[in-house]
Design a protein around this ligand. Structure first.
Ligand code: SAH
Length: 358
């Protein structure tokens, strides 16, 4: 779609014309709301493929992980399965089916901003409720929260080091009437951690205020109501500098500032920050560990073998899916798994002692 027929592009262009540059954060927020508002963008036929869409084994092992906590905890009565950004609802369907096999039937509650995706998810998961904000999440039982490739879709604020100091990265319209990112005019040095402040320019420091806010809220809930939260995403375990904003369309990288709302914008997740927020709220932190390690320790090899035995014609496909999810050169190394949980719940499976420095 050209920018002439892209309504969001026209709207943002007018906004910049009348009110001046907008932040990268504002641009990414508007672009992703429009992008996911379009509906089913996932899978081999769509723009990108996520772990639950690669194989049912991913959601099954997430379900097993949750059921194990619930069983060892003594089967607390009223419990909720909360998923953030459930996409097509595939992960939830596989996880809930697996939990049911262990006698665990938490009520599903989704946090999803896209109206079109909500409709798709309701068709897949009978009786699912939607929380329009985190305040609407139920308060009367432990929460079992899953976020797969959710935090990477939240808008980042980018700060760029210039010769005159740190500035917020903002979006303007260039001579060719295209969107371009440039340093803004206000000094922003106070937002950059002291260790990075004196770096040679041009460098970029990213923060994700929405991610921190969501983690803070949910950690508070887990501390009071009990439960556990699993975050799976690509990101870093130690803070660093660099521009990680990227756009993906039909499984290929695209220019993040071209055609807003037409491709998926993501940024790497700061796992250290998420873990530290949970720790401050009094939760136990497990990981992050590479996705591959986590899946192997939960038994993905045994599950692959079982499925292959019952459907020999699918053996090759199952092995390929397992490779993609687990191998360190594929998602297994790129993606990380972090768990945070209330201290009265049993320590979760799949994690070696925490490698994070606080
Ligand atoms: N978890 C799914 C889909 C990941 S894509 C999977 O693994 O396949 C990101 C999901 O988060 C989409 O469902 C998108 O609509 C939702 N999302 C993105 N930003 C959101 C926000 N701020 N609030 C609620 N949902 C959001």
């Amino acid at each position: 779609m050209s920018s002439e027929t892209n309504h969001l592009a026209a709207q943002l262009a007018r906004q910049i014309e009348s009110g001046g540059p907008i932040s990268v954060q504002e641009f990414m927020r508007a672009a992703n709301a429009a992008y996911y508002g379009r509906g089913d963008v996932f899978g081999a036929q769509g723009d990108f493929i996520t772990a639950p869409e690669i194989s049912q084994m991913f959601g099954e092992l997430v379900g097993l992980w949750l059921a194990d906590i619930w069983l060892r905890w003594g089967k607390p009565g009223r419990a909720y399965y909360v998923e953030l950004g459930p996409g097509r609802g595939t992960l939830a369907a596989d996880a809930l089916r697996t939990m049911r096999a262990f006698g665990f039937e938490p009520s599903p509650v989704f946090v999803e901003q896209s109206v079109v995706l909500r409709a798709l998810q309701s068709e897949k998961i009978a009786g699912v409720e939607f929380a329009s904000s985190l305040d609407d999440l139920p308060e009367d039982g432990p929460l079992f929260i899953i976020a797969n490739e959710f935090f990477d879709a939240l808008p980042v604020q980018q700060l760029v080091c210039t010769h005159a100091g740190w500035r917020e990265r903002v979006i303007i319209r260039d001579q060719g009437e295209r969107f371009a990112a440039v340093p803004g005019s206000q000094p922003m040095d106070h937002l950059v951690p002291p260790d990075f402040r004196n770096t040679p320019s041009p460098r970029i420091y990213e923060t994700c205020p929405d991610a921190g806010g969501i983690m803070y809220e949910l950690s508070g809930r887990l501390a009071v109501q009990g439960g556990a939260m699993l975050v799976v995403d690509y990101g870093y375990s130690l803070p660093g500098l660099g521009d990680t904003l990227q756009a993906v369309k039909r499984h290929k990288f695209a220019d993040p500032f071209e055609n807003p709302g037409q491709h998926d914008l993501t940024a790497h997740v700061n796992f250290l920050e998420l873990a530290n927020i949970a720790r401050i709220r009094g939760l136990r932190v497990s990981g992050p560990v590479p996705q591959g390690e986590w899946l192997v320790s939960l038994g993905i090899d045994a599950r692959t073998a079982t499925l292959a035995r019952s459907a020999p014609a699918r053996e090759e496909e199952l092995r390929a899916a397992r490779h993609r999810l687990v191998d360190s050169s594929e998602m297994g190394g790129l993606f990380k798994v972090l768990a945070v949980s209330s201290t009265e719940s049993p320590p979760p499976e799949g994690f070696a002692p925490s490698k994070l420095v606080s």
